[in-house]
Design a protein around this ligand. Structure first.
Ligand SMILES: Cc1cc2nc3c(=O)[nH]c(=O)nc-3n(C[C@H](O)[C@H](O)[C@H](O)COP(=O)(O)OP(=O)(O)OC[C@H]3O[C@@H](n4cnc5c(N)ncnc54)[C@H](O)[C@@H]3O)c2cc1C
Length: 416
């Protein structure tokens, strides 16, 4: 079924009786050409591009819970491509370009909103670093704009300029950045993949891999064995637990990251704003809630809920740049499990087991990567070679020392 304005009007006039389920609920088949583990944004996007770009239709996505229940439906919805290093920037810019055409590609309203992202500058040294980053972005075909304090005052008059502990000296803007309704991304990819024959199997947990003579033959699941020519793992925060079943230890730790939403307010924030002297980022949803977050909780955990000291820390960050946020009541908060890699950059690669592939290490930046990650993982699964934008995302960089240390923090996930 194609969605359109005409269809919405027709259904409104005929009692909404003509809508069909957005995707089927099939029984698992005995064998697929490709099985993807994890029905998050990355797994579903992989399935969509496998079917739509690489002509692979005998594909299943195996999800232990429900579509959109993982990080894809828990993040703060920010998309951007403001990276510094060569290994990252072309990939994230590819992703941003895919976001720009996503709704037409999927025939689904994912509420892609290029309302812009503004990284605030608080010191001369930070301005130097942001100028360098902006130049790297422009060299890679992305947009970047340096703003003076006067320009920030004009665009964001509600920020604390005059008695702030960390005065605002300017900002680095990416006007094409913004927000996307996160769970609509999962639903849109699921519907598009399903319409091309992909089986989306929910409430089915992968409990192990069947490996014989160094080759992966399929997956053991809570609903029986499912054979596969190739298996792709895209389980984000559960990566270490899943890959341990294949005998692999990963350069990844799982940490909790929390998100917060205030009560609905009249439109006040024009776009995404990030605090440069602490860790705080905020945007306003179309329903009016201020959506914000900060640091990871700082200890390893698989719990999807966070701790109170970080709640306080994040709220202090908000108060530091816009004291008026203290008048808003906090409505909701939750946590997600982050797959924090040791250099803060992801992995999209083969494993040492023939036919077993891995996608993970997204830290807290994987939502914006969803389209490019799906595209690149589909390319790897279909052609057995890395996509041109993802050649640096290899496992062996941790052995050879070719880390993609975007933040220059070394192997400390709590600092990425
Ligand atoms: C609070 C928060 C804020 C964030 N903010 C941003 C942001 O603003 N911008 C940004 O770019 N990124 C952000 N992120 C990060 C981003 O959400 C993640 O990096 C990204 O969603 C991870 O990929 P995914 O969507 O595939 O993960 P998920 O949606 O978590 O998908 C993985 C799926 O695998 C399933 N699974 C796990 N184990 C198994 C198994 N054994 N068998 C079958 N299925 C299994 C899980 O149930 C889950 O559904 C944020 C994350 C959080 C938690």
């Amino acid at each position: 079924m194609r969605y359109s304005g005409f269809k919405v009007i027709k259904e409104a006039l005929t009692g909404h009786k003509g809508w069909l389920p957005a995707w089927r609920d099939p029984e698992p088949k005995a064998h697929y050409d490709i099985v993807i583990i994890g029905g998050g944004g990355h797994g579903l996007a992989t399935a969509h591009y496998l079917a739509s770009v690489y002509g692979q239709h005998r594909v299943a996505v195996i999800e232990k819970g429900w579509i959109g229940g993982g990080n894809v439906g828990r993040n703060t919805t920010i998309i951007r491509s403001n990276y510094l290093l060569d290994g990252n920037e072309p990939f994230y810019e590819f992703s941003l370009k895919l976001w720009e055409g996503l709704e037409q590609d999927l025939n689904y309203n994912a509420m892609v909103s290029q309302r812009g992202i503004m990284n605030l500058i608080h010191s001369d040294a930070q301005r130097d670093a942001f100028v360098r980053r902006g130049n790297a972005m422009i060299l890679n075909g992305a947009d970047a704009e340096l703003l003076s304090e006067a320009q920030i005052r004009q665009e964001y008059p509600f920020l604390n300029f005059d008695d702030a502990r960390f005065p605002i000296k300017g900002g680095l803007a990416q006007r094409r950045g913004g927000t996307v309704r996160h769970d609509a991304v999962a639903w849109g990819y699921a519907r598009a993949a399903d319409s091309r024959g992909v089986d989306i199997i929910q409430n089915c947990e992968v409990t192990g891999f069947r490996v014989e003579n160094g080759k992966c033959l399929g997956v053991e699941t809570s609903r029986g064995f499912i054979g596969a020519g190739r298996v792709g793992c895209a389980v984000a925060g559960n990566s270490s637990r899943l890959m341990a079943k294949a005998g692999m230890g990963l350069p990844i730790e799982s940490h909790v990251l929390q998100a917060f939403v205030s009560e609905g307010l009249k439109p006040v924030l024009p776009g995404v704003i990030t605090f440069g002297a602490g860790h705080f980022y905020v945007s306003q949803s179309d329903k009016g809630g201020l959506v914000f977050g900060g640091d990871i909780d700082g200890y390893n955990s698989y719990a999807q809920r966070g701790n109170l000291p970080v709640v306080e820390d994040v709220c202090e960050g908000g108060m530091a740049i816009m004291p008026m946020i203290g008048r808003a009541r906090l409505l909701r908060m939750w946590g997600g499990i982050m797959d924090m890699s040791m250099d803060g950059s992801p992995i999209i690669d083969r494993t040492h087991i023939d036919g077993l592939y891995f996608n993970g290490g997204w830290c807290y930046g994987g939502f914006k990567a969803t389209p490019a990650s799906g595209h690149a993982f589909a390319h790897l699964l279909a052609r057995d070679e890395p996509h041109e934008t993802a050649t640096a995302y290899r496992f062996d960089r941790f052995r050879t020392g070719h880390m993609i240390d975007e933040k220059g923090m070394g192997n400390q996930p709590n600092l990425h």
